[in-house]
Write a protein that binds this ligand. Structure first.
Ligand SMILES: [Zn+2]
Ligand SMILES: [Zn+2]
Length: 250
């Protein structure tokens, strides 16, 4: 009797030891064993730069010291962007690159859940009050090769973390564009010019929308998406990316 009562608990414990033995939680970035799932190890945590105020009210560029409420960086003060406000969670550099590439090229869709929670947490200034979030689309030929769109994965994870509804297929890529990887800012802008469109049966007129992408580099891609949304009458256009590249010295 006593044995029968204790066996299931004993088996459960054994089962947990076996599962933990096979799949210890791993650092999201470097793969080192960590104490809890969906976390970074201490080294990655210390190495990755998470953006925090004081920052530009427009694009979220960190300022070295407080500049006053609503202060803008030089680029935002020139006011050439088609979007209204942009935020990113972390700096894209050699430390965070594995995190971003894992999402893009690895088979690590579970990463998206954790990163989406970070984006929901850090993106309040663009997400709060938004009607829709729109992932930057991949061309279908790339989608076919990669099997998923990392921006769409992040958008769904942001939604799952309590963010606004995802308009997954509203923005479409009209033509396949060469990889942006080795292009400079002007070439990137030319590369994506006219590449995006809003599906004809969808309306963003008067809506608050947020463009979601994994990395913001020169901003050419989100600028092109924002232009499409602006022409379609969007009332507020936010941009939220997981990572943002900064030039050295900024
Ligand atoms: Zn790590
Ligand atoms: Zn700015």
């Amino acid at each position: 009797m006593q044995l029968a009562a204790t066996l299931p608990a004993g088996l459960r414990k054994l089962g947990r030891i076996v599962v933990d033995g096979i799949l210890p939680p791993r650092c999201l970035c470097c793969g080192a064993v960590v104490g809890e799932p969906h976390a970074l190890c201490g080294r990655c945590w210390a190495a990755i730069t998470f953006f925090a105020p004081p920052w530009c009210a427009g694009c979220g560029l960190p300022f070295p010291y407080p500049m006053g409420e609503g202060a803008l960086c030089a680029a935002c003060a020139r006011g050439r962007a088609s979007w209204d406000r942009a935020r990113a969670v972390l700096r894209y550099d050699k430390h965070s690159r594995r995190l971003v590439l894992g999402l893009k090229h690895g088979d690590r869709t579970h990463l998206a859940a954790a990163l989406g929670r970070w984006m929901r947490g850090a993106g309040g200034e663009v997400l709060d009050g938004a009607d829709l979030i729109l992932p930057v689309p991949l061309h279908w030929t790339r989608l076919f090769a990669r099997r998923y769109n990392q921006a769409a994965l992040l958008a769904q994870a942001i939604r799952a973390a309590g963010g606004p509804p995802v308009a997954a297929d509203w923005l479409v890529r009209r033509r396949r564009t060469p990889s942006q990887g080795r292009l400079g800012p002007a070439a990137r802008a030319r590369n994506v010019a006219g590449a995006f469109a809003l599906r004809g049966d969808r309306s963003v007129d008067g809506k608050r929308v947020v463009i979601i992408d994994d990395v913001l580099t020169t901003g050419a891609t989100v600028e092109e998406c924002a232009r499409v949304l602006r022409r379609a009458g969007a009332g507020f256009i936010g941009v939220l990316t997981l990572a943002r590249a900064l030039r050295a010295g900024t």
